[in-house]
Every structure is written in C-alpha cells, then in structure tokens.
Design a binder for this molecule. Structure first.
Ligand code: GUN
Length: 293
C-alpha cells in the first residue's frame, strides 16, 4: 500500500462538530424536514443516518414518509406544504423516488431557500453562474476531501467520471470554482483509462463496482471514490453482501498517492455537508449572521 487513506469518517466528524458548535450559538435550533417515499432499503438507511445526525448536531429533524404507491400530486403536495411551513428551514427529498414519479416536478415545488441538497434549478443556476448558494452535498464533500490533500487546487487536472445531476455535473463545476482544470468523462468518452491516467485528482461517480483499475491511475494521483455499490460477498457466506466503490481499492492503493475508502470516504461527508447547508439555509432565511463553516 502506497496510498495515504483519506479518512472521510474523521473529516466528516470534525465538520459535524463545527456545525454543532455553530448551532449552539444560534437563537434557535434549525429544523430539517426529510421526505422518504417508498421502501428503497438504501434510502431507508441514508434517511435514518440523516435524521440521527441532524439531532446529534442539536437541530430538529422531522421525517415524512409516504408509501410506495403515493401519487405524484401527494408527493408534490407534501413538498409544497413543507416549503410553505415557516417553522421548517430545510427540506430534503431522498432520491431516487420510486419509479413512475417525476423527480424534476417534485423538486420544482421546493422553495430554493430551503433546498439543502442544492438540487433545484435555482441552486444549479447559481452554481453555474458562480453565485453563492446551497451546493449539492456529495460533490461538496468531494472537494473538501480533495483539499485535505491539495490545499490549493489551482491548475490541478481533475477528471470526474459520470455526469449525473446529483454528483458528476455539480462536482465538475465545484472543482472548476476552485480553479482546477476539469475533464468531464462519461460512458461515451473515448479512451477513458488514458484520460484518467492524466488526472492529478480522479473522481469516479458512476456506480460501477471496481471499474477503475490500477492502470487507470497515475502513480501518486489522488482518488476520490464516490461509488457505493452493494455486491455479493460469497466468501463471507451465502447471501452476504458488502459495499465497494467504483475503484478497485485493493489494486489502486498500491499506485495512488491518496485514496478514499468505501465505506468511510465520501459517504459520511454527504451528511456532514447536508447539516452545514441546513445551518446556512436557516441563517439566510431568518436573517442571522452566517457562521464560518
Ligand atoms: N440519494 C443518494 N444520494 C443523495 C443525496 O445526496 N441527496 C438526496 N436527496 N438523495 C440522494
């Protein structure tokens, strides 16, 4: 192993502690509403963690569950009601929504001032324009982790693999905002391994288990693995599973200079950044001074 491990768990814990300290100095605790539709097991785990960690940071969390068969208008109605509720500072709609529901239409009803996930058109537009705003949590977490290795990202070549609305596209823009030179790679990119080998910082966010091999990584490069994939772990018994990233960790750890583990890398940062966004949203809405976080 040559790569230094980037300890997302510890870095996220530090950020959560800073958020909790900031919350304790606010006139009142911010309130986050979390909306979960259906029974996606991974989403249930994420939502449980989000609710728990919001409370641990001293904020109020309210969980709103709708059944798998909820209609488009029921989901939109709930999101609009939470947007209009003056007690609520942030609203998070856990994605993906069950098949058949129109995510974009649901997010269109979300008050951009409460969009702690940074997924509304206003948030995306502000990011493109370089205006301050609520940034998507997982990409923000990637930048924070990269900056623990490269204090100044100016001129660094960042290759982001994946162009999703949740991660790839906003991650590319956030790295650009840090003055990095960004390549946005995707499934149609030609000679992907060669492009990846030219990266100072490689950010795979595709959801393909173990896709990035050792010969995709320049010796000494930093690798921020966004993938969280559940795969069979037959060596641990019948029906057992384990989590792996988009990076073949066991091979890449001998080539990269720094590498995030899965789990314990980007994952914990997503929730820490969500908590930070909730504090920022509450302060902006209520006219409180913004804490430096
Ligand atoms: N599903 C997977 N990651 C996320 C996230 O960061 N936010 C939301 N709302 N849903 C997700």
């Amino acid at each position: 192993m040559t790569a230094a491990l980037i300890d997302g768990k510890a870095i996220a814990a530090d950020l959560r502690a800073a958020v909790a300290a900031a919350v304790s100095r606010l006139p009142r605790a911010p309130t986050l509403a979390v909306v979960l539709v259906g029974e996606n097991p991974a989403s249930q785990v994420y939502v449980r963690s989000k609710v728990k960690q919001t409370a641990e940071a001293g904020m109020v969390s309210k969980e709103f569950r709708l059944p798998l068969g909820a209609s488009q208008s029921e989901v939109e109605g709930l999101v609009q009601a939470l947007s209009a509720d003056p007690e609520i500072d942030g609203v998070l709609v856990q994605l993906p929504l069950p098949q058949g529901l129109d995510e974009a239409a649901v997010l269109a009803g979300l008050d951009p001032a409460k969009d702690v996930d940074g997924l509304t058109e206003i948030a995306a537009g502000r990011l493109v324009l370089g205006k301050p705003g609520l940034r998507p949590c997982t990409p923000e977490g990637c930048v924070i982790l990269a900056k623990t290795v490269h204090e100044d990202l100016t001129g660094a070549h960042v290759v982001v693999i994946g162009r999703s609305i949740l991660v790839g596209k906003p991650a590319s823009l956030l790295f650009l905002e840090q003055n990095a030179t960004v390549s946005m790679a995707h499934s149609k990119t030609k000679n992907l391994p060669a492009l990846c080998r030219s990266a100072d910082i490689l950010v795979p966010a595709v959801g393909r288990p173990l896709m990035v091999k050792a010969d995709w990584v320049r010796p000494g490069a930093t690798v921020i693995d966004v993938g969280i994939n559940r795969v069979p772990a037959s060596d641990q018994g019948e029906g057992k599973t384990r989590l792996v990233g988009d990076v073949d960790f066991d091979a890449v750890k001998d080539v990269a200079g720094a590498l995030t583990p899965v789990p314990g890398g980007v994952g914990p940062m997503t929730i820490a950044c969500l908590l930070r966004n909730t504090v920022i949203a509450a302060c902006r809405r209520r006219g409180w001074p913004l804490p430096s976080l």
